[in-house]
Design a protein around this ligand. Structure first.
Ligand code: PLP
Length: 357
């Protein structure tokens, strides 16, 4: 008998970003700022001094100390990952058992469903009609109450959400997140804070990690710090969960290049702050222009809390095709087109094309 793939993998499709080769890439929420100048020189110096015949530091001690200082979390409570993507995968595979249930608040990051599927975990969407509710000011309390009630009812062992959210770009504030955390003591809460820098930490649960026993906060260098290429993310979690994550990860998951570049990066907090402010300024400029067009054309968009703008045109697929023909790649999702804030030239290009559409 020939080898057959497990049932869950028979119809699986590899992740495809889809913007390769397009001149203006505004589809993957990357930073438009690549490390240059002094930072880049320092990274090159560090790389030149590496001994590649040796394994990297298993726990990335120096890197975690520097990252811990930045995030205000003890390095003992941090685990490094090959992007936060790897950490999400580890959480689904190892902190849950096949047959367990996990709750999503859709629309949210598409990879959550992929990882749940791969690990035989049943995903339940508690989002349904909530996106519309969340967009109304003054509805925060009733939004949170509904989320709590639905997660409880789902029987989920784990509740994962991105905050601020990819793709809606909306933020759930710290008080609201805290209320969700406190009301669900039996549920492992994963606060994926890939974009939290752009909301100036307003919804972050990092400060709760040391006091909690059912929380993991995920952070990444891919979005605000312009380092998607080195693949570096972190899980901040209470000690018992951190011990488990460190035990299940591959021992040398962070290679020497990643650790070296990460150490240089976190040694320059003022550079990181500058990156955040520059990208927020770009987002605000893009949003001002896009919301102006939206008003003229009867499209919809909300004030963004991330490094991208979500736009609903009513003809999103057509709009994205139109942009692509003009050399601009954006991401089309069921809830709109997601446009990453780019350089001034890139923003001007996408705005001009949207105006013509
Ligand atoms: C981009 C993104 C990630 C993955 O980031 P990496 O650290 O590059 O793996 C995780 N979560 C969300 C919501 C994202 O948008």
């Amino acid at each position: 008998m020939a080898y057959v793939l497990p049932e869950k993998l028979r119809n699986i499709v590899p992740y495809a970003p889809g913007g390769e080769g397009v001149p203006v890439r505004l589809d993957a929420n990357e930073s438009f700022l690549a490390p240059s100048g002094e930072i880049w020189e320092e990274i090159l110096e560090r790389i030149a001094a590496l001994k590649l015949n040796r394994y990297p530091d298993m726990l990335a001690g120096r890197l975690l100390a520097l990252a811990g200082a930045r995030y205000g979390v003890s390095p003992d409570l941090l685990t490094g990952g090959c992007g936060s993507d790897e950490l999400i995968g580890l959480i689904f595979t190892h902190l849950l058992s096949p047959g367990d249930t996990c709750a999503f608040l859709m629309p949210d990051f598409s990879m959550y469903e992929v990882y749940a599927n791969q690990s035989g975990v049943k995903g339940i969407d508690v989002g349904a009609d909530l996106y519309a509710k969340q967009r109304l000011p003054g509805e925060e309390d009733s939004f949170v109450d509904t989320v709590i009630a639905r997660v409880k009812k789902s029987g989920a062992k784990l509740f994962i959400l991105s905050n601020p959210c990819n793709p809606t770009s909306l933020l759930i504030g710290r008080e609201e997140m805290r209320r969700i955390h406190d009301a669900l003591p039996d549920v492992l809460l994963i606060s994926d804070e890939a974009y939290m820098e752009f909301a100036r930490e307003a919804g972050s649960l990092l400060s709760l990690v040391e006091k909690s026993d059912h929380l993991i906060v995920l952070r990444t260098c891919s979005k605000a710090f312009g380092m998607a290429g080195i693949r570096l993310g972190f899980a901040a979690a209470p000690r018992t969960i951190t011990n488990a994550l460190r035990a299940v990860k591959a021992p040398y998951n962070l290679n020497v290049f990643t650790q070296a570049a990460g150490e240089v990066l976190f040694s320059h907090p003022e550079y990181l702050d500058r990156c955040i402010e520059t990208i927020i300024a770009s987002r605000e400029a893009l949003y001002a222009m896009v919301s102006q067009i939206a008003r003229e054309k009867g499209w919809e968009t909300d004030a963004p809390q991330t490094n991208f703008v979500l736009l609903r045109t009513g003809r999103d697929r057509k709009a994205a095709e139109y942009l692509k023909e003009r050399g601009i790649s954006v991401r089309t999702l069921s809830c709109g087109i997601r446009i990453t804030a780019g350089s001034e030239t890139e923003n001007a290009a996408v705005v001009a094309a949207l105006r013509e559409f």
